[in-house]
Design a protein around this ligand. Sequence first.
Ligand SMILES: [Zn+2]
Length: 376
Amino acid sequence: MIDPANAASPLSSAEQLRYARHLSLPEIGLDGQRRLRQASVLVIGAGGLGTPALLYLAAAGVGRLGIIDPDRVELSNLQRQILYSTDACGSPKVEVARDRLLALNPHLQIDVYPAAFTLANAAPLIADYDLIIEGSDQFATKYLVNDACVLAGKPYIGASIRAFSGMLAVYAAPEGPCYRCLFPEMPAPETVPSCAQAGVLGTVPGLFGILQAHETLKLILGIGEPLIGALLKIDLLTMRFQKLRLPRDPGCPGCGASSTRHTLSESAAVCATPARHTEADLPWLSVAASQQRPALRWVDVRTTAEFTAGHVPGAIHAPLDQIEDWAGSVGPHDELLLYCWQGGRTVQAYHRLPGTLQGQVSLLQGGYEVWLNRQG
Ligand SMILES: [Zn+2]
């Protein structure tokens, strides 16, 4: 914990030098820099949004940062998760992040949680920080963060991104709206592509992560007009910025007066199940096992752009949206192995095939990503 006596203590000479560009701003100055030093921020997800946000919060001197993420660094993260270097692949993200952030600013306290953000840890974690940054790519987590922050009465800065666009707001502030005021219920997992299959230009999460850090600093410093009751939408292909009014919905199932949710377990029951694409009872085949079956015909169900960029040699291309038509060309003795990037679309493709064909079909466990990783 930060020492309360620290609040009024002067800045060291090293701190005065480090934060000179803050100290010369009348809106920040000594009092503002002390506020930053006293503040604590929890960053949920150390990915495309969380990593740029963390770099700027650490650089700005936010005294205590919490980072929760269960994942290890992967090569496919490095296109946008700028905290990590190539030699960090395989290491837990939160540990790599802590080392890097302390190298940037040794004055900070960094708490790390190499775990998923779940119903079990949500309430105590949120209670322990002043502000929350929601940087998850899972809808279940977004709703859990929202509900936990509403119940705790704690504002959080949320962002959602797609390929070239995104939106940002401060949710769950007193009198402000929550995420459920905008989107009352979680969409069905199969209707929402994850970043792994949808793709994103690396600068898009970068910009939104920095905007999340920026709103966080404004809230700590009490300056400007934070995005409370407002939604910032940005189309980064056309560079169209829109600031829309986002009022609180009195009938909101999350924060409205008629909400019957008073505990997190009630509130988050609808989203306690993360969006998992793998279905355990399907005929999955590992990459290793697939190599023992040379008669298999590999079928790539990804988009043309993905297939063109690289695929398993000899694979047939049958994009998911054409899989029903393609199924007509399958012979009665063909043995098929479906794959996509990670497995989500493979499951969808399997379910779209006629029942008579499903007995001839296996699904590649882990998808093309795992296959690629085994190629060295
Ligand atoms: Zn609401």
